[in-house]
Design a protein around this ligand. Structure first.
Ligand code: ZN
Length: 233
C-alpha cells in the first residue's frame, strides 16, 4: 500500500449479498480492523432468494442470512453492518437506489469504498453488477456535490469526498493485500455463513489455493487483490 493508503482510516464495503465481502476480502477486513481502522459493511440485500432449499421462505432466509452476516462481521472486527434490505435479484441502478448508497457514503464518510467490479466482462449475477456500478456512480459526483439529494443536508448529513474506490473480482488488479496472517480469520468468518458454506468441507484448501495464486508475484504467501481507482480532487 502507498503512504496515502496507509493513512486511510475508514473503509466502507458495499456488497450485494451476505458472504460477498467475506469471500472476496475477509482477510483484508480482518487485517485493517486489527490495525485499528474503522470498517462498515453495507449489505444491499439480505440474500433472501439465494438458495435451492425450498424449506426457506424469503423472510426466514433473510433472517438467517442477516444473523450469519452479523456473526461473520463480529469475528472479523467490523464496527457496523448496515442492512438496506433490497430484494435479492431485484437490485437495479435506479435513482432511488443511488440515493440510498449516497446516504450511506455521506453518513459513514469513508476514505475507501470497496465493492464489486462492475466492469468485469461477462460477470454473472445482476446484483453484483448493479451494486458495483451504483457505488461507482455515487462516489463521484453524487455523494460529493451538495445539490444531489439536498434532503440529506437538510437532515444534517453533509456531502462527502471519498479518496479511492477498490474493486474486488477484477480482471486487472493493481493492489494485492498480504492476508497471510489473516487467512484463518477469513475461514472462521466464512464458516459463520453456515446456510451457504455448510460445514465448510474443503473450503480452506480451496481458498488457500486461490489466495496463493493471487499472491504468486508478491513477497508474501496469501493475498486478496483489488483494482484501485483514485478520485479526482
Ligand atoms: Zn453475491
Amino acid at each position: 500500500m502507498t503512504e496515502d493508503q496507509n493513512a486511510y482510516q475508514t473503509y466502507l464495503w458495499v456488497v450485494a449479498h451476505p458472504d460477498d465481502a467475506e469471500f472476496s476480502s475477509a482477510g483484508t477486513i480482518n487485517r485493517l480492523a486489527s490495525e485499528g481502522k474503522d470498517i462498515v459493511i453495507v449489505q444491499v440485500t439480505s440474500g433472501d432468494r439465494g438458495t435451492t432449499d425450498e424449506s426457506y421462505t424469503p423472510e426466514t432466509l433473510a433472517q438467517t442470512r442477516e444473523a450469519e452476516e452479523l456473526e461473520a462481521a463480529r469475528r472479523l472486527g467490523v464496527h457496523k453492518v448496515e442492512f438496506l434490505r433490497e430484494g435479492d435479484g431485484h437490485v437495479f441502478p435506479s435513482v432511488e437506489f443511488r440515493e440510498k448508497i449516497v446516504r450511506m457514503i455521506r453518513t459513514h464518510k469513508p476514505d475507501v469504498i470497496v465493492t464489486h467490479d462492475p466492469f468485469r466482462p461477462y460477470a454473472l449475477h445482476p446484483d453484483h453488477r448493479a451494486v458495483g456500478i451504483t457505488a461507482h456512480d455515487c462516489v463521484y459526483p453524487l455523494a460529493r456535490d451538495p445539490l444531489y439529494f439536498p434532503e440529506h443536508k437538510a437532515a444534517g448529513i453533509e456531502p462527502h469526498k471519498t479518496a479511492e474506490i477498490w474493486y474486488f473480482g477484477s480482471e486487472s488488479p493493481d493492489l494485492v493485500i498480504d492476508i497471510t496472517d489473516h487467512f484463518d480469520a477469513k475461514i472462521h468468518a466464512l464458516l459463520a455463513h453456515a446456510s451457504q458454506v455448510g460445514d465448510g468441507d474443503g473450503l480452506a484448501e480451496r481458498l488457500r489455493e486461490r489466495q496463493e495464486e493471487v499472491a504468486k508475484d508478491e513477497p508474501f504467501t496469501l493475498g486478496e487483490a483489488y483494482k484501485t481507482v483514485r478520485m479526482r480532487r
